[in-house]
Design a protein around this ligand. Structure first.
Ligand code: SF4
Ligand code: SF4
Length: 680
């Protein structure tokens, strides 16, 4: 290898790569601040699990695709050292990294380098075949992805050619002891007639080394301009992943006069969102179970991130200029520069309003994304902008917001009827029982919806049977603010949250039971953002705890129809990992034959009501609740067990629409448990 040529090659390609990376990262400096370096220990553990351990690629479904990725990922990590050595040998023949020479470590490395070269080539072949012949619906057939796979494959093939010909030219080379793949290549080539004194061998050796390096360095320079940039950004992206509770949205500081109310322009996202956009590998795992995408709504979480990334790239020059002005401590000028943008708008043009409102906030996307990209917060940021800055939202939500503002419930029913359901049940209020242990926070559905009031009453009877010391607030309860928050109306949500917190403080609440996963998630994971933490218990947890203590013995045989399928609520399961307890309750009821839907537990399919979707029209594509009901019905079960008011209402609506009330029933687990006790 010619040292001058090697020096020039490295200088030009590494300089160009550095400039490209600066070009990509500079715009991030005008994006919004975000603290993502707290708790370094947890972050490092996450890197070991999710970056080096590739944990999210080991999930049961589509494991073949995951294995192909792992084979390439680990292979590239290992082979990179060999590429560095090869470049060094352009200056000093037989140069090696410190400690790597002909020592035990060096030869062990050579063995693994060969093993991982094989692993990369096999992984690329598998990934290619997966994309072309066995492509799952989540994936797109991207020419770019196929080019990249070929690029990596041939980089490795060149390395193998280099090594094989090296061993023909230097049969006594120490690495021959460990390089099993190189020796195999040597034997094949010698079988084809190559020998140490053939000029072709020397030429092939040069082609192998230059080919590997040229392909490697050109690939490095292609990275910042293609989806493979995630090879650079995934490590920082995963290190700076969100550590907040899974079910909590990022709070908005309403007191700060300079705060931006949501996101209407790409630079109004935090810089971490920018890194996320670069990190998206276009694998489609986020949309594999997205209820909006799978029912033909105009939302694909993958397309959302890809479209934002393209928009960010279009604004790169302007944002880079603004970043430089910001470094020069001239924020006014920087803001003026950003105002010059007269191209497409983020909200409306790049991301359609239909897409923004189509999300059910089910959380599958983030939970399945190997890079842990935060789609839900991303979408809610844009909803906040639409609602709080532009006052633009689906017209049906006017009624919802009015109901919450004036009557503190989306049903728009008189707030002084909130406690009517317990008039004849002997339930006490905090005034009547100041020494209560639990507050049963009923929520709006449990107070106002006729179907879910039956669940509220069933749970009340169970608590009373078990002798639990609890109270209800009745008219003094306000909506918990969950749905208003997910609809982008943070002001309204915080108004209700603060009212409830004051009330809880006044009466001395320490433990809260709730029969709604949405209230449960918000009280448990979001109320602490406002300075108060309680022990929050979902009703299934409470029922199971009481059952384990022997409060509900010897239930009668299940009097439902056929087998039972449990539908996981997103806010109970995916956001709060409550998968087993609801199933334990169902199995406890004698005579229940529990079956599972194909999409269950972590990959359960949303009922379509979350994120405020319950209060919006669904005119595009197939209805999500119909799709989910059909998945459940396909199990042959005649009873759908739920543990969430939204799920119950949405699924029961389908049963009624289809006129299947005689055949299928939708019941809450509290009702199932109570019925089995009452039938004794
Ligand atoms: S939260 Fe659910 S509905 Fe929204 S984009 Fe993600 S997977 Fe789709
Ligand atoms: S957002 Fe995540 S899951 Fe979705 S395509 Fe990008 S990397 Fe894959």
């Amino acid at each position: 290898m010619n040292p001058v040529a090697m020096g020039l090659l490295l200088f030009i390609s590494l300089s160009a790569f550095t400039l490209s990376v600066v070009r990509r990262f500079l715009p991030l400096f005008v994006m919004q601040p975000d603290v993502r370096w707290d708790n370094p220990k947890e972050r490092v553990v996450g890197i070991l699990k999710y970056f080096f351990g590739q944990l999210r690629f080991m999930r049961p479904f589509e494991r073949v695709h995951g294995i192909a990725h792992i084979m390439i990922f680990w292979g590239v990590l290992v082979v990179t050292f060999s590429t560095i050595q090869m470049a060094g040998r352009g200056f000093v023949p037989d140069w090696h990294l410190p400690g790597f020479g002909d020592t035990g470590l060096g030869l062990t490395y050579i063995f693994f380098k060969d093993l991982f070269t094989l692993s990369i080539m096999t992984g690329c072949t598998m990934a290619f075949a997966n994309r072309v012949f066995f492509r799952p619906s989540r994936m797109i057939l991207s020419l770019e992805a196929l080019v990249i796979l070929n690029w990596i494959f041939w980089m490795m093939a060149m390395d193998l050619l280099y090594e094989s010909t090296l061993f023909i030219l230097s049969p006594e080379h120490p690495e021959t002891q460990a390089a099993f793949l190189g020796m195999f290549g040597k034997n094949v080539l010698m079988g084809m007639g190559l020998s140490s004194d053939s000029s072709l061998t020397a030429q092939l050796h040069a082609i192998g080394s230059w080919g590997h390096l040229m392909l490697g360095l050109s690939f490095l320079n292609y990275l910042p301009y293609c989806k493979q940039f995630h090879e650079i950004t995934s490590l920082p992206s995963l290190y700076m992943r969100s550590l907040k509770e899974k079910g909590a949205l990022t709070p908005q500081n309403l007191e700060d006069e300079d705060a931006i109310f949501g996101v209407g322009k790409i630079e109004e996202f935090s810089w971490k969102r920018g890194i996320d956009m670069y990190s998206c590998a276009e694998c489609g795992r986020c949309r594999a179970n997205c209820p909006a995408f799978l029912t033909d709504k105009p939302l694909s979480p993958m397309a959302l991130i890809m479209d934002e990334r393209e928009h960010l790239k279009k604004k790169t020059n302007l944002m880079s200029q603004a970043a430089v002005l910001k470094f020069k401590k001239d924020p006014e000028k920087a803001a003026e520069v950003l105002e010059q943008w007269d191209g497409e708008s983020l909200v409306g043009d790049v991301i359609s309003e239909e897409a923004i409102w189509a999300c059910t906030t089910c959380g599958h996307c983030t939970s399945n994304c190997p890079l842990m990209i935060e789609h839900v917060d991303n979408i809610i940021d844009m909803r906040r902008h639409l609602v709080q800055v532009e006052s633009r939202f689906p017209k049906e939500l006017t009624q919802f917001f009015k109901g919450c503002e004036n009557l503190s419930n989306p049903w728009g029913l008189a707030s002084n009827t909130r406690g009517d359901w317990f008039k004849d049940l002997g339930v006490q209020t905090p005034e009547e029982n100041p020494d209560f242990e639990y507050l049963f926070y009923v929520g709006c559905a449990g107070s106002f919806d006729d179907r879910y009031k039956k669940v509220t009453i069933a749970l009340t009877k169970l608590l009373q049977k078990a002798g639990v010391n609890f109270v209800c607030l009745g008219d003094n309860e306000m909506c918990c603010g969950e749905t208003a928050r997910r609809l982008g109306n943070e002001y309204l949500a915080q108004h209700m949250i603060n009212f409830n917190l004051e009330m809880f403080d006044t009466i001395g609440v320490k433990k809260i039971i709730t029969a709604c996963p949405h209230c449960f998630n918000t009280l448990k994971n979001e109320y602490p953002q406002f300075g108060k933490k309680f022990e929050v218990i979902h009703h299934t947890e409470m029922i199971w705890e009481l059952t384990r203590k022997g409060a509900f013995k010897g239930g009668a045989k299940f009097n439902g129809k056929g087998s039972v399928v449990y539908h996981d609520s997103c806010y109970l399961g995916r956001y709060n990992d409550l998968y087993d307890i609801p199933r334990d309750i169902a199995r406890f009821v004698p005579g229940v034959k529990l079956v599972e839907a194909e999409r269950n537990r972590r990959t359960s399919f949303c009922c379509g009501a979350g994120g405020g979707r319950m209060w919006m029209e669904e005119n595009i594509g197939k209805r999500i609740n119909t799709e989910r009901f059909e998945q459940l019905y396909a199990t042959g079960a005649k009873t759908v067990a739920t543990a969430c008011p939204y799920c119950m209402i949405m699924l029961d609506d389908v049963v009624r629409e289809k006129g299947m009330q005689e055949e299928v029933e939708v019941v809450d687990l509290a009702q199932m448990m109570l019925n089995s006790l009452e039938d004794q």
